[in-house]
Design a protein around this ligand. Structure first.
Ligand code: NAD
Ligand code: DAU
Length: 338
């Protein structure tokens, strides 16, 4: 089988390629990625020379490159996107181009080349926000209600993907998953930002009152979920993927990290809130559990410890990313926090 992975140099895409090539070593992987600030080929150095792995540098909104990359492909797994909510608040246009136009260009090529399966990786953010005291969870029937430019572009891409199933018969599946964490996550997202700041002796910025709730999913559990959907998922269907069964707010997550690293809670700094900050996400993942027998392999605490350990032992990986461009972004986002 020959798989086109888009955005394979990013956090989840690179974990997926490493996962897939270990498990299905005869499959061929083509990685199409334009290497934005969050794309990093270093994540893939252990497969870079594998004869079954090819890298193409290019944008998914470029029809010529996409047409070339799609030739001879059996399955597309589509990760490529601008992914950070805070950046989408500052520069929404880039999100429309990559997440909406890029997805449409890719879908057109998939139809033209009779791709056997097109899997679209999406987010729980398309469902909007829950109140803290609301015990409901998002599921596959929840109405869309995106509230940030990032979430709006992901919602648009989901609608496009579904429309290509109905209109052109493209064999699609979609996963809407919650917040991933684990190795190779760019240190602008909360968990790697907290871990690496603490390791550098810097304060950890917590937005607003810190009582926001996310449903944390370890990245390898997410890769296993996509694998199962590709093998056994029903064409045309959506699967929600989450990691938790209880609410853990951001402050509690940061305190756990501080405790694992043996530091003081005085490292927490409450900072200005994100505009339009979604209060809570919670995923009901019973469909994928019941139909495909998926569930997280370990608890949040176990995966968090493993993650902290990974950043401790891979300091040179994240130190290089906290470069000049990162410092400029950090200053604009967090002011003089140190
Ligand atoms: P990431 O930002 O780490 O990686 C994105 C990758 O896509 C990068 O390698 C980047 O270079 C590439 N890319 C961006 N725009 C591109 C374009 N126009 N053409 C080609 N390549 C492009 O993101 P991630 O966290 O790995 O997320 C991957 C996917 O999963 C995204 O679609 C995101 O919406 C979705 N998702 C992420 C999370 C999460 O918690 N990280 C949760 C739910 C869904
Ligand atoms: O829910 C899935 C989504 O999770 C994905 O679709 C996105 O691609 C991914 O970036 C992530 O979005 P979030 O906005 O939830 O993730 P982030 O790590 O940016 O923030 C997690 C929570 O932590 C959120 O409530 C905001 C808060 N936060 C974040 C940062 C960066 C802070 O309190 N301080 C921070 O410095």
């Amino acid at each position: 089988m020959k798989i086109l992975v888009t955005g394979g140099a990013g956090f989840i895409g690179s974990n997926f390629i490493l996962y897939w090539m270990k498990r299905y070593s005869n499959d061929k992987i083509v990685n199409l990625d334009c290497l934005t600030y969050s794309g990093n080929l270093e994540n893939l150095k252990e497969v870079a020379n594998n004869k079954n792995y090819t890298f193409i540098k290019g944008k998914i909104e470029d029809p010529i490159i996409v047409d070339k990359a799609t030739q001879g492909i059996d399955v597309v797994v589509h990760f490529a996107a601008e992914s950070h909510v805070d950046r989408s608040i500052k520069k929404p246009a880039e999100f429309v181009l990559s997440n909406v136009v890029g997805t449409q260009v890719l879908l057109d090529a998939a139809v033209r080349h009779n791709i056997k399966k097109f899997h679209h990786v999406s987010t729980d953010e398309v469902f909007g926000s829950l109140e803290l005291n609301n015990t409901n969870k998002f599921n596959e029937r929840t109405n869309y209600s995106p509230r940030s430019p990032y979430a709006a572009t992901k919602a648009a891409s989901d609608h496009l993907v579904r429309s290509y199933f109905i209109t052109y018969g493209l064999r699609i599946t979609i996963t809407n998953c919650s917040n991933n964490f684990g190795p190779y996550q760019f240190p602008e997202k909360m968990i790697p930002l907290a871990i690496t700041n603490i390791l550098e002796g810097k304060k950890v910025p917590v937005y607003g009152d810190g009582l926001y709730v996310r449903d944390w999913l370890y990245v390898k559990d997410h890769c296993r979920a996509i694998d199962l959907v590709l093998q056994k998922g029903k064409v045309g269907e959506t699967y929600c993927v989450g990691g938790l069964t209880e609410d853990i707010n951001n402050l509690a997550v940061v305190k756990k990290i501080i405790q694992i690293l043996g530091k003081e809670e005085s490292m927490i700094e409450f900072v200005k809130d994100r505009p339009g900050h979604d209060r809570k996400y919670a995923i009901d993942w019973s469909k994928i559990k019941n139909e495909l027998d998926w569930e997280p392999l370990h608890s949040f605490d176990e995966w968090l410890e493993k993650t902290v350990e990974w950043y401790k032992t891979n300091e040179s990986w994240w130190r290089r990313l906290k470069s000049k461009e990162y410092q400029e972004y950090y200053k604009e986002q967090y002011g003089d926090l140190d």
